[in-house]
Write a new protein. Structure first.
Length: 364
């Protein structure tokens, strides 16, 4: 079976003089869409640009596409006198000063969610893995929930918020948690049970469409994919590709177990949330709970075990090099660790923004 990929990244649009986020009336999207078509999209805040790959046949294809998209968006931004940055939050810009993109859909979200929507000035990485069979997808989503905090810890890249060191390696999810229908989902026995849940929400006017289910992982309402949404957008292409490769390998491994009539243990959302909180607070430097052993284990050790767990599918996927980049992240730190190091050395958040914009186009 082929586990195709799709990757979406959200970028900050930055004024190179002030290093603030800049509401730029979506000029980058207007210009870039002439070349990239629907691979570039406006987001609710004008200071956000979202890109998405086409369907990627393998992780090398994904790398080429993400590299191309970062390069193109950076070039279009440069033509307009802006820079782009890939980090889960901006170090000091305030959401109150940012403009909303004029669009009936966004107006409706603001009307309903008010300041929780206006303050949602965050930047994520969403990874899709192709899965046509909805019941298989539901089984895989249930099992993958356990691994979401591990993926999240690896991606942590938002330690600052409105000029403050928050003490978290990822503050982005603290901002997003204010939205309804977010976080780790519960377990559904099968796809029809999930469909009944969605239909009930639509029928009772909780949502008008299933796209408003913003969980950390979901069966995509339109594409035949499993979508992992928990990660901060990483600083570099290498990190994005590493995380995407790990997600693809996890889907392939759990699918392999299922087809051999083996199941991965399903854990309660309340337990997984304990690890998610630790991942956001400490990144890869803390401990998480190994629920099988019922004890705390160094997160770095759990990352090594994660790579071992998927080892037997890597050569088939052709993604060994990309997945094993995890060890480089463990050695050099996540985006958050590296942002904090710059701040520690310079005591200057402007220097942190410069670091983010440099890393975003590193090696392109």
């Amino acid at each position: 079976m082929k586990f195709t990929l799709g990757i979406e990244e959200e970028y900050q649009v930055i004024d190179p003089k002030t290093r603030e986020l800049i509401s730029h009336d979506q000029q980058i999207v207007i210009n870039a869409s002439q070349v990239l078509n629907d691979q570039v999209k406006a987001e609710m805040h004008q200071a956000v640009v979202e890109v998405g790959t086409n369907i990627c046949n393998d992780i090398q294809d994904a790398r080429e596409q993400i590299t191309h998209l970062r390069k193109q968006i950076s070039s279009f931004a440069g033509d307009l006198g802006f820079k782009i940055g890939a980090a889960g939050t901006h170090p000091f810009s305030k959401w109150e000063t940012q403009l909303i993109t004029p669009n009936p859909r966004y107006d409706e979200i603001i009307t309903e969610l008010q300041d929780t929507a206006r303050s949602n000035l965050i930047f994520g990485l969403h990874v899709h893995v192709g899965m046509e069979d909805k019941n298989m997808a539901m089984h895989l989503v249930n099992a993958m929930r356990y691994f979401l905090p591990h993926l999240y810890a690896l991606s942590t890249n938002s330690p600052f918020w409105e000029g403050r060191n928050t003490g978290f390696k990822s503050y982005r999810s603290k901002v997003f948690d204010k939205f309804p229908r977010t976080g780790i989902p519960g377990v559904f026995d099968n796809y029809s049970q999930y469909e009944n849940y969605v239909n009930l929400l639509v029928k009772t006017n909780c949502i008008d469409n299933p796209k408003k289910i913003w969980w950390d992982i979901r069966i995509h309402p339109i594409f035949p994919t499993i979508e992992v949404r928990i990660c901060d957008v990483p600083l570099t292409v290498d990190e994005t590709i590493c995380i995407a490769a790990l997600i693809q390998a996890l889907v392939a491994k759990l699918h392999k177990l299922r087809t051999h009539n083996l199941n991965f243990m399903i854990y309660h959302r309340a337990l997984i949330n304990e690890n998610k909180w630790r991942a956001g607070r400490y990144g890869i430097d803390g401990k998480m709970i190994d629920f099988g052993l019922e004890k705390e284990v160094e997160t770095r050790e759990l990352m090594r075990e994660f790579v071992e767990f998927v080892d037997d599918v890597l050569d088939e996927l052709g993604s060994r090099k990309e997945v094993e980049y995890v060890f480089e992240i463990l050695k050099n730190g996540t985006g958050a660790d590296r942002q904090l190091k710059v701040f520690e050395e310079t005591k200057d958040l402007i220097k942190v923004v410069d670091f983010i914009t440099e890393q975003t186009i590193l090696g392109l």
